[in-house]
Design a protein around this ligand. Structure first.
Ligand code: NAD
Ligand code: MLT
Length: 526
């Protein structure tokens, strides 16, 4: 498999990938979008930092791509929707650069409070202007954190140790968690109007784009200073330039820009701003951390050792993956079988997990089941990543539930497929050697090996059925590998499932269907 590293990555990460004999690693940085589009078709994985833009166009040209690894946090340079639609796993390294970015934010706050860059430039220019650079203490000042996630929390902790009062706006954090940190959570407008320093730590999204614009600057104190070490675009740069020029606020420190590099930005010319060229994560430690983290994650995903830190796939560490693997296999079989057996227009698939498996992460199992379910019916490549979105696109509702242990089976995974004609039930478990077994088909208890070519027959429970079917199959030299029967009462309706070693030709199937005491017969391929 081929891996393309298209932005500069620390050698510690590169070596992790190069060490694997199944992986061929190319490093090609500074590619123009057209160049990347040309070559991406040959690669199974793409590793980027923030330089490479993995746009929809690039993703759609990436015929073999399975994984995009982002060494860093922000995924705004990866079209997640396009990747998900194409079944490409997108992973990042959430924790690797948190401390570095929090420390950079603290540097910005300190630089702002004492005008360090401006004072340094003035002294180097031959001046000695001590009164011009009168500063303010952080002690007893109010810090407003917008986005109390990993970095916001680390900034809050450090600021508390400076004796600052910390208030925050983050609609997705509980009041209790914030309180334990010593942070008071309030509405955005209150944070903006009360804070002496306002620091932004949200992701850039449709919701946070221009979260801070003219209206928000109008709420701030004239002495307020704002810091953005998150993403360009969360603060409206035009509005910020205006607020600084008109002294609506006292200062700003900006590490990230709407366009990078910010050539021609009005911010570059202002006196009361400290700017750095997106350096939040630029420390030796953070770069090694994120390079190792992403290389290991990409390697494991490519080599089937589990997926972690994926934005469009549930994270499964290698140990959990080992436990889940046989169930993933079972779920794929349950999906394939139920989709081939279901008659009519499918509207809903209900999946029920019971037994100790309910204590594990079941999302990958549901994804596997839906993948198996859609594989026989859709043209597009279905995989774990795009299965749920493809089902949604087709209007198929997927419902997952968990219940207490079934008495007969330690773990049981049961699927009900609802169509406009009927409701089909298929349930399965693992055998003692971890192989998938179908234990319920419709209302019948069975013990079926879900594998290869199968004939599923509804018949009347009368003597001679096995002989008839055996003779018909033997006439075409089709070997029977296994047979199982399920019935509710002697002489009534029953089900027969036959595993055969080769495909069943249409004429033989028709003869089986027309045989005495046979109600219906269907061939299935798993
Ligand atoms: P995180 O996911 O841990 O935290 C983000 C927080 O923002 C979450 O708590 C979330 O609830 C909150 N949030 C989301 N939408 C919000 C909204 N509309 N209003 C208020 N809060 C909202 O992320 P993180 O690792 O702390 O990273 C934060 C930001 O820093 C990201 O934008 C990331 O890309 C950026 N970053 C920049 C650098 C750099 O080099 N400057 C380095 C690392 C991360
Ligand atoms: C990140 O999102 O991790 C940072 O912006 C750092 C980077 O882009 O590499």
């Amino acid at each position: 498999m081929k891996v393309l590293i298209s932005d500069k990555l620390s050698d510690e990460g590169v070596q992790i990938l190069k060490k694997e004999k199944e992986l061929e690693v190319d490093i090609k940085t500074e590619l123009k979008p057209e160049e990347l589009k040309q070559i991406i078709k040959d690669y199974d994985a793409l590793v980027v930092r923030s330089g490479t833009k993995a746009t929809k166009e690039i993703i759609n040209a990436a015929a073999k791509l399975k994984v995009i690894g982002r060494a860093g946090v922000g995924l705004d340079n990866v079209d997640l929707e396009a990747a998900t639609a194409r079944g490409i796993i997108v992973m990042n390294t959430p924790g690797g650069n948190t401390i570095s970015t929090a420390e950079h934010t603290m540097s910005m706050i300190l630089a702002l409070s004492r005008s360090i860059p401006q004072a340094c430039a003035s002294l180097k220019a031959g001046e000695w202007k001590r009164s011009k650079f009168m500063g303010t203490e952080l002690y007893n000042k109010v810090l407003g954190v917008v986005g109390l996630g990993r970095i916001g929390t680390e900034v809050a902790k450090r600021s508390l140790s400076f004796g600052m009062k910390v208030i925050a706006y983050d609609p997705f954090i509980s009041l209790e968690v914030a309180k334990q940190m010593g942070v008071e959570v309030m509405e955005l407008k209150d944070v903006l109007s009360k804070a002496d320093y306002i620091t932004i730590h949200t992701p850039l999204s449709d919701e946070t784009k221009h979260l801070i614009s003219d209206k928000e600057f109008a709420l701030m104190k004239p002495t307020a200073k704002i810091i953005n070490c998150a993403r360009g675009g969360i603060i409206d740069e035009g509005a910020l330039a205006k607020a600084l020029e008109t002294k609506k606020i006292a200062g700003a420190a900006v590490d990230v820009f709407e366009n990078e590099p910010p050539t021609g930005s009005p911010l570059l010319k202002l006196e009361n701003i400290v700017i750095t060229p997106h350096l939040g994560a630029s420390t030796e430690e953070a770069q090694v951390n994120v390079a190792i983290e992403i290389a290991e994650a990409v390697r494991d995903a490519l080599l089937g050792r589990g997926v972690r830190n994926a934005a469009n796939y549930p994270s499964v560490d290698p140990q959990t993956f080992k436990v889940l693997e046989p169930y993933i296999n079972l779920c794929e079989k349950l999906g394939q079988l139920s989709s081939q057996l279901a008659e009519g227009r499918i509207s809903q698939v209900d999946i029920n997990y019971s037994g100790p498996i309910t204590q594990k992460k079941t999302d990958p199992l549901t994804m596997a089941l839906v993948k198996g379910f859609l594989e026989p019916v859709v043209q597009e490549t279905v995989n774990f990543v795009n299965a749920l979105s493809l089902a949604k696109e087709r209007g198929i509702k997927i419902q997952e539930s968990k219940s207490a242990t079934e008495e007969e089976f330690v773990n049981l995974i049961s699927v009900d497929v609802v169509t406009d004609k009927t409701k089909l039930t298929v349930a399965g478990t693992l055998s003692s050697n971890n192989k998938p077994r179908i234990v319920k088909l419709e209302e019948y208890y069975v013990e079926v090996i879900p594998q290869g070519h199968m004939i599923i027959i509804h018949n009347l429970d009368k003597p001679g059925i096995i002989g008839t079917i055996g003779t018909l199959l033997a006439s075409k030299k089709i070997n029977i590998a296994a047979m199982t029967f399920g019935r509710k009462e002697a002489g009534g309706k029953s089900i027969s499932v036959i595993n055969v070693d080769s495909p069943v030709p249409q004429d033989i199937l028709e003869k089986i269907q027309k045989s005495e005491n046979i109600i219906s017969a269907k061939v299935i391929k798993l």
